[in-house]
Design a protein around this ligand. Structure first.
Ligand SMILES: CC(C)(COP(=O)(O)OP(=O)(O)OC[C@H]1O[C@@H](n2cnc3c(N)ncnc32)[C@H](O)[C@@H]1OP(=O)(O)O)[C@@H](O)C(=O)NCCC(=O)NCCS
Length: 164
């Protein structure tokens, strides 16, 4: 029998991280390394998932990410993460990255990414997460798109396992 699971709204776990980019984050041209942004993306996504699950989580999948605009030393990087979809123990989080020039206030959208996290119990085994309470059209649209992406990820993982 499917266990009763409490529900949580996406807003309850949405997360924003921001950090000023320093020379140590960048190449000699002052352009920030992609790896620094990836780390912030995974941190923000992981925090949103942790807040939703109310437990530790691990990243099981980070979808491919395209860098649309360069980010420079002196920019403030703002990473916003929100849970789009939940399965039984897994959650898809949508993550949006923006870079702000603090002197002009101009912000550009530099990347978006999707990541899947799995909630873990104290023994490190997957544990059920709260349901996601969907109320708006926008949330429903995100849920349906995320559900389709997760279907494709699992099919890819299955193909990899069977060596096809
Ligand atoms: C994440 C992990 C615990 C899952 O273990 P597992 O034995 O595959 O567990 P399950 O088969 O029960 O899958 C757990 C959930 O992950 C989902 N999942 C598994 N592989 C996946 C993949 N490639 N893509 C997306 N979701 C995946 C499953 O669909 C399931 O979700 P559901 O419960 O909502 O249906 C295990 O793969 C792991 O520990 N990986 C290493 C994680 C890690 O070190 N990350 C980097 C540091 S945080």
């Amino acid at each position: 029998m499917e266990e009763e699971r409490e529900g949580k709204r996406p807003d309850a776990s949405s997360t924003i991280l921001s950090r000023l980019m320093n020379p140590s984050d960048a190449n000699p041209l002052g352009i920030v390394h992609g790896g620094e942004i990836l780390k912030m993306v995974d941190e923000a996504g992981g925090l949103a998932a942790m807040r939703h699950a109310g437990s530790a989580v691990v990243t099981v999948r980070l979808d491919s990410m395209t860098f649309l605009e360069p980010i420079y030393v002196g920019n403030l990087v703002i990473v916003k993460a929100m849970v789009n979809w939940v399965g039984r123990t897994s959650m898809e989080v949508g993550i949006r990255v923006e870079a702000e020039d603090p002197m002009t206030g101009k912000r550009v959208h530099t990347n978006s990414a999707y990541a899947v996290y799995v909630a873990l119990d104290e023994e490190g085994h997957p544990r059920p997460v709260p349901r996601l309470i969907i109320e708006t059209e926008e949330e429903r649209r995100r849920w349906e798109a995320a559900e389709e992406r997760q279907r494709i990820r699992l099919a890819q993982a299955q193909r990899r396992r069977s060596g096809k």
